[in-house]
Write a protein that binds this ligand. Structure first.
Ligand SMILES: Cc1cc2nc3c(=O)[nH]c(=O)nc-3n(C[C@H](O)[C@H](O)[C@H](O)COP(=O)(O)O)c2cc1C
Length: 309
């Protein structure tokens, strides 16, 4: 292939056609406007919004973020503007700026997920990511992603009320990832995204050795990358739908590793906090790499990366 021809790095996730496979992960990129100063957000495949609930949420009390070795523990507790405010105030800005997005949604009950799905349907939201894996809220989310029966019920009920692209975000806090992935596919998911944060705890022992301060929450960043790679590798062989991989991606090499184990697209999360323009840089690096290596399409590159699969 001539170096002058732009490689095709587009990818289809259900009915969603992404111009490239690089997305930003929910909760680490706000509603996109926060990142305007660092890059042209419309260059990336899509942003995934902060998790949205039926009503606004203030989240958990402080402290709710703690940096740990090669990672971060957060216990934000789904602070968000609520679906109506998103539609009234955030959606017009995304549209105006031509930013492709996926709406991440969360609920405290199956009925709440259905209610939000109906609102998304009637407002022509093209893609929804169901967060069934947040470890930081007292009810909902992770509880629905932990057993097959509940997962099936939730996904299939949402499916009945939402015609567009439905992505199910799975938890890594389960014993049999492949069973959960298969269940989500059976329930009607168009794609799986994984992994969410991993249940974790940090301890700071007091200087006088009397007791300690602690934070419990979800661990993210480089330290969870091996878990995420293994999770995706394990589910890839059991489902036919696309996988969006995430967990600790912080450079080009990391991204290739996710494609190699079975991801069709990737999300950049915690790394946005230290390198806010990383996703944009990865798009440029992917294009350059493909040209240098004479790849015409992302599919060809992915096929080579999975050669020994
Ligand atoms: C501060 C913070 C907030 C998050 N909020 C959400 C959320 O609202 N919904 C969700 O599905 N995932 C949320 N996540 C999880 C990320 O989207 C991602 O799945 C996880 O952090 C692993 O990727 P990473 O290691 O690249 O950050 C959050 C993560 C962080 C660090």
């Amino acid at each position: 292939m001539s170096n002058l021809i732009k490689p095709d790095i587009s990818v289809n996730i259900g009915r969603l056609k992404l111009k490239n496979p690089i997305l930003t992960a929910s909760g680490t990129f706000g509603y996109a406007d926060e990142y305007d100063d660092f890059m042209n957000v419309s260059n990336i495949g899509a942003i995934v919004t902060k998790g949205i609930t039926l009503n606004p949420k203030t989240g958990n009390p402080q402290p709710r973020i703690k940096e740990v070795k090669n990672g971060l523990i957060n216990s934000i507790g789904l602070e968000n503007v609520g679906i109506q405010d998103f539609i009234d105030k955030k959606l017009p800005v995304l549209k105006e700026n031509n930013i492709d997005f996926i709406l991440n949604i969360a609920g405290a009950s199956i009925e709440e997920y259905i209610e939000i799905a109906k609102i998304c349907q009637s407002n022509n939201i093209e893609t929804v990511e169901l967060n069934l894996s947040c470890p930081n809220v007292k009810s909902g989310c992770l509880e629905f992603g932990k057993d097959e029966k509940t997962l099936y019920k939730l996904v299939s009920e949402v499916r009945k009320n939402f015609d567009n692209t439905l992505i199910v975000k799975l938890s890594s806090n389960v014993s049999f990832p492949e069973k959960m992935a298969k269940t989500a596919e059976k329930g009607g998911a168009d794609a799986i995204s994984a992994i969410n944060t991993v249940k974790a705890m940090n301890i700071d022992i007091n200087k006088n050795l009397k007791g300690f301060k602690s934070i419990k929450g979800g661990l993210s960043g480089s330290c969870i990358k091996p878990l995420a790679l293994n999770f995706i590798y394990e589910i890839r062989q059991h489902i036919a739908i696309p996988i969006i991989g995430m967990g600790g991606i912080s450079c080009f090499q990391d991204m290739l590793e996710f494609f190699a184990v079975g991801a069709d697209a990737v999300q950049i999360g915690t790394a946005n906090f230290t390198h806010p323009d990383l996703s944009d840089t990865l798009v440029i690096e992917l294009n350059n790499f493909m040209k240098q290596q004479n790849y015409g399409s992302l599919a060809e590159l992915v096929r080579d990366l999975r050669y020994e699969y």
